[in-house]
Design a binder for this molecule. Structure first.
Ligand SMILES: NC(=O)c1ccc[n+]([C@@H]2O[C@H](COP(=O)([O-])OP(=O)(O)OC[C@H]3O[C@@H](n4cnc5c(N)ncnc54)[C@H](O)[C@@H]3O)[C@@H](O)[C@H]2O)c1
Ligand SMILES: N[C@@H](CCC=O)C(=O)O
Length: 516
């Protein structure tokens, strides 16, 4: 196998690339409105109830209708996954890795088509959509290589004992439930799903109700790559209805979740309870929200810092768990950084992401837009709104990129995950205080610092308590295999997706010791 290298991002400045993307977008737009069934044990199942997936750039456009599962069908999906597990768990690591490589190759060929679905269904700009698709490819390429390493690693790290043969093996866990979010509806779904199946598990995938169509397209892609029936079952449905049911199912062995803190904690509680007939303690891997901060020191390159803050805060309308929602700036350069950020923000173009000129698109849906509008009201009480501050009246769910100055560290704007384009600024007296403010949160996902002084950098490395700390660069945009991703505290179980230990989370280790 050639060494892993991340998938290059598309250069839309190249006319041929832009044209190829546009034709994919036109083609996908023609397919909009399609109906997708559930997939249980490889069979298509159509239901009478549907989830309507809307284009966030224009609520009048239906991207697709997904069949909606109920408990009975979700139970059938667990049965199908359990049946498939018998064979899939005995496949060689090499053949499972090959499947991931085939799926990655197919996705590379159909890159623009998948990105176009992301533009339509998730409201991503083509640049953000392309990065999402590239990350999905990366997860599969990376995990395909990690599977072999995992099986090679176990026994080689045992100490020898005379007169014995000792073998350590990573075994899969069983049937898992994959619960994924809408904000990286391809990359995160693909990463969570393929990591679990790469080591021999079978899964029921419950995608987000905002983005079921792209999830279906991914399951189809796995089928095109040759995945056996039942290894991945596709099960859109309401979180409360089938999510809770699947999490509590006695024959579900593990749950891999990415989403908000509230839902993550709810699942944690349910998964901890033993259901009648259950034979194991369920494994729970959870990646949750963030309240990520960027700290700027008095000696920093202020232009670099302002560009990093604005890009981290407003890329994909602030709807990344890694997004910068707090800028904590040394008092000596506070006004300058604020001014630079406001000027950069006012240049951002907002609108329908089908238009390449728009940097920022909509937020995901009306509920999210309403929630962010409430925070814009809170912003007026908790600070000074310097730019933005309103929703945009349109058919899509647009919110102006908003900067709020002079916010107190304990204000709601500095504590609660808004998940929209709202950035709060707080002033720090000195570097110690800046780090204290940055850590004054229940989350601990990403963070950046901009500083030149070596002492300040080293102090931040030791004291800034986040899973992903970046120095003199933005706090979004982790690359698979380069920046393993996951956070501390209420940001989750720090599972480090795209890192060397991730696959182990979906395994159990068996030691066999034979006396000679
Ligand atoms: N840490 C990370 O790596 C990471 C990555 C992406 C997103 N996120 C976080 O995800 C959130 C945004 O995504 P979201 O709005 O889709 O999150 P969400 O928690 O609302 O939903 C996530 C998934 O959980 C499902 N769900 C809801 N209720 C459920 C229940 N009772 N049982 C089982 N499943 C249920 C949803 O249908 C969806 O599929 C943000 O908080 C963001 O920070 C974290
Ligand atoms: N891994 C992504 C964030 C995923 C969550 O939304 C990043 O690093 O920006």
């Amino acid at each position: 196998m050639i060494p892993y290298a991340p998938e290059p991002l598309s250069n839309f400045g190249d006319e041929a690339v832009a044209k190829a993307f546009q034709s994919a977008l036109d083609e996908v737009s023609r397919q909009a409105g399609l109906e997708v069934p559930l997939v249980i044990g490889g069979k298509r199942v159509n239901t009478t109830r549907h989830i309507r997936s809307l284009n966030p750039s224009n609520r009048n456009e239906t991207v697709g209708l997904a069949s909606q599962a109920d408990e009975l069908l979700a139970g059938a999906a667990v049965d199908a996954a359990e049946k498939a597990y018998v064979h899939w768990s005995r496949e060689t690591p090499e053949s499972r890795a090959d499947l991931l490589l085939k799926a990655a190759a197919l996705l590379k060929r159909r890159k623009h088509e998948f990105s176009a679905w992301l533009v339509l269904e998730a409201g991503k700009s083509r640049v953000e959509a392309d990065a999402d698709t590239a990350e999905a490819i990366d997860f599969m390429e990376y995990y395909a290589r990690q599977v072999g390493k995992l099986s090679a690693r176990a026994s080689s790290e045992l100490f020898g004992a005379s007169g014995e043969i000792n073998r350590l093996t990573y075994l899969p866990l069983g049937v898992g439930v994959i619960v994924s979010p809408w904000n990286f509806p391809l990359a995160i779904l693909a990463g969570m799903t393929t990591a679990a199946i790469a080591v021999g598990n079978t899964v029921v995938v419950k995608p987000s109700s905002q983005t079921p169509i792209i999830a279906y397209k991914f399951v189809e892609l796995l089928e095109d790559a040759g995945i056996p029936a039942g290894v991945v079952n596709y099960m859109p449905g309401s979180g409360e209805e089938i999510g809770d049911y699947l999490v509590q199912h006695p024959r579900v062995r593990f749950i891999s979740f990415t989403g908000s803190k509230d839902v993550g904690l709810h699942i944690s509680e349910l998964a901890a309870k033993v259901s009648p007939g259950q034979k194991w303690i369920k494994r729970y891997v959870a990646e949750m929200g963030g309240k990520d901060g960027i700290i700027v020191n008095h000696d920093a390159d202020l232009d670099l810092a302002a560009a990093g803050i604005v890009s981290s805060a407003f890329g994909y309308s602030g709807q990344k768990c890694s997004a910068c929602s707090r800028a904590i700036v040394h008092k000596d350069v506070y006004d300058q950084v604020l001014d630079k950020c406001v000027k950069l923000t006012q240049k951002l173009k907002i609108g329908d992401v089908r238009d390449a000129a728009n940097f920022t698109g909509p937020v995901i849906d009306e509920r999210s837009q309403r929630k962010i509008i409430q925070y814009l009201e809170i912003a007026k009480q908790e600070g000074n709104v310097l730019t933005g501050g309103s929703a945009i009246s349109a058919d899509g769910f647009f919110i102006e990129p908003t900067i709020v100055a002079d916010v107190q560290p304990d204000a709601r704007l500095m504590q609660e995950e808004i998940f929209g384009p709202v950035l709060a600024f707080a002033k720090a007296e000195n570097w110690d205080e800046a780090l204290r403010i940055a850590n004054q949160t229940e989350f601990g996902l990403t963070g950046s610092i901009y500083a030149k002084s070596r002492a300040a950098i080293e102090q931040a490395k030791a004291q800034f308590h986040v899973g992903n700390l970046y120095i003199n660069r933005k706090c979004t945009g982790a690359t698979v295999g380069v920046h393993p991703f996951g956070g501390f505290n209420m940001s989750g179980t720090d599972s480090k997706a795209g890192g060397p230990d991730y696959l182990m989370l979906f395994t159990q280790l068996k030691l066999v010791s034979e006396l000679l």
